[in-house]
Design a protein around this ligand. Structure first.
Ligand code: ZN
Length: 531
């Protein structure tokens, strides 16, 4: 939209009559574009846009009984360490709300629970912004061109501040000046008078969030929390696994900054929305990997028990929360032509180029050695000896000249294979299971002998998951699909930056700043040379 309400109410017959032809044509074109866009918006509904079903007018809704699943903000908020009640959320329809209005009165509420008034209860202590800081500087935002006649506005044009807010941002410490520094800025937005008689207002930037699977949150420059501070909040929450309550305590006690849990929550969601367009790039990097490690661990999402998947290679790490099934592989990996290292789980079996983690198999062999069954013990020892011999040979081959390992160890492999075939129907369940597993997946397990440079374990994927397994206990999973998406997006960007030997935070701060200004996020940083 070119013309805001403020501009439109200044345009009248007198103004239009006074314009010369060239300016009139320019204004007409802007009006025409706005008119078309407005008409298109009028035709939008939940079936043809990302408008949520709850935005339908009452007469457009399906009759009671076959309601669409509720997608109201509260139902799918990321888990909040029981901090939910004062989580204020901004709806995208609202104009950018100044930090002063982050009071809990604006908290999202479920219409079907009328007993308790949503938001702050009478007498309850408020968490709105009460701090006023002494600013380090004032930045004046003036419009550059007239919104009506499109002429450049001279620096000395009559100009007056019509709105403003304070922002707090982080200045990074470095070797010369270590430490955390907060910088307070008074942001002033001006209304400037053009020679044509039109008033034009500078406006804070706004970004679009076109992703219906994310929580509705506005990307806006009109924020108390600047991009650098937003990144510190993301870092403390995800990398240092601080709950929102702890985070609030930390900012208050160490930085003298009082932010509501609602503001922290919105900052996290805004950061995720800013990073959302990077997901395609992450998936492309995963698909282009020559050697990919995959693993999965359970992940609670609301009442559902889902799985946190990780796909990681030398230069990318992608997390996804999804069901445990082939769907996620079918969705993410079409076109993948590299090698996939995984455990022996069924869903991976259809992929043609697989490698198997030997650590899983030797653990199972150890289990047989520790059993009370003599035949099981014997088989366990045989498997263990075979793997020990082959691991030694692989390590030697990595350092030395090329050798034909499958031929060199053909006898050992033939004996092991014969033992597996003999034990396929063994009465001892675990013996039978290991024999079946080795026999079934023989090619994937011993393919590493053809290329000893390939890894023997899936440690890369297990290491990538370990941090989040601990975080799972603190976060108690996520509350809904939108929360899972927000979490996996940020975790993927952070871990991919680290894989590529970059500090993620400066990059992420840049992504937030660009997206708040309504521009595209910069692509992910290329891996450092030598990776
Ligand atoms: Zn003008």
């Amino acid at each position: 939209m070119h013309l805001s309400d403020h501009i439109l109410c200044q345009l009248d017959e007198t103004y239009v009559q006074a314009l010369d032809e060239a300016r009139l044509r320019g204004l007409s074109l802007r009006l025409l574009e706005d008119l078309k866009e407005a008409r298109e918006r009028l035709r939008q509904n939940p079936a043809n846009s990302s408008r949520p079903p709850s935005s339908r007018a009452p007469w457009e809704r399906p009759p009671a009984g076959d309601e669409e699943p509720s997608d109201d903000a509260e139902a799918s908020l990321p888990a909040q360490d029981q901090d939910a009640p004062d989580a204020a959320s901004a709806s995208p329809e609202e104009p950018p709300d100044p930090p002063e209005t982050q009071a809990p009165e604006h908290a999202a509420s479920k219409p079907e629970k009328p007993k308790r008034k949503p938001g702050k209860q009478p007498g309850a202590p408020g968490f709105g912004r009460t701090q006023v800081f002494k600013a380090h500087e004032t930045i004046i935002h003036r419009p550059e061109t007239c919104a009506a006649c499109a002429e450049a506005l001279p620096a000395d044009a009559p100009s007056v501040a019509y709105a403003g807010f304070q922002s707090v941002d982080l200045q990074w410490g470095d070797a010369e000046q270590p430490g955390l520094h907060l910088r307070i800025t008074d942001q002033r937005f001006h209304d400037t008078l053009c020679g044509c008689g039109h008033h034009t207002r500078a406006r804070p930037g706004e970004g679009r969030v076109d992703d219906p699977t994310l929580e509705p949150v506005a990307l806006s420059e009109w924020r108390l929390v600047g991009p650098g501070l937003a990144t510190l909040i993301v870092a403390l929450h995800l990398r240092f696994r601080m709950s929102r309550r702890r985070l609030r305590e930390f900012l208050h006690d160490w930085l003298g900054l009082s932010l509501s849990v609602g503001t922290l929550d919105r900052t996290l969601r805004e950061a995720a929305a800013a990073a959302a367009p990077l997901e395609n790039e992450l998936i492309e990097a995963v698909v282009a990997s020559e050697l990919l490690h995959a693993d999965e661990t359970s992940w609670p999402q609301g009442a559902d028990l889902l799985w946190l998947w990780v796909f990681t290679s030398a230069t990318v790490t992608l997390f996804v929360v999804a069901k445990r099934g082939r769907e996620v592989l079918d969705r993410l990996l079409p076109g993948f032509t590299g090698w996939l290292m995984s455990d022996g789980w069924q869903a991976y079996r259809h992929l043609p180029q697989r490698l198997r983690c030997w650590a899983h198999l030797t653990r199972k062999a150890q289990g047989l050695i520790d059993s009370d069954d003599r035949e099981a013990q014997a088989f366990g020892h045989q498997v263990q000896r075979a793997f020990d011999t082959l691991i030694g040979a692989i390590h030697a081959a990595r350092a030395g000249p090329p050798v034909d390992l499958p031929r060199l160890h053909a006898e050992l492999l033939a004996e092991l294979h014969a033992a597996c075939v003999r034990l396929l129907g063994h009465r001892h369940a675990k013996t039978r299971a290991l024999a079946v597993e080795l026999w079934n997946d023989w090619d994937a397990i011993f393919r590493v002998l053809e290329n000893p440079q390939w890894p023997l374990t899936n440690n890369d994927a297990e290491r990538a998951l370990r941090h989040w397994v601990i975080a799972r206990r603190i976060m108690m999973g996520t509350r809904g699909e939108a929360g899972s998406r927000a979490f996996t997006l940020l975790a993927s960007v952070i871990d991919t930056c680290r894989k590529r030997c970059h500090v993620p935070w400066l990059y992420l701060a840049g992504v937030i700043a660009e997206r708040r200004a309504g521009r595209a996020a910069a692509p992910l940083l290329a891996p450092m040379p030598g990776l």
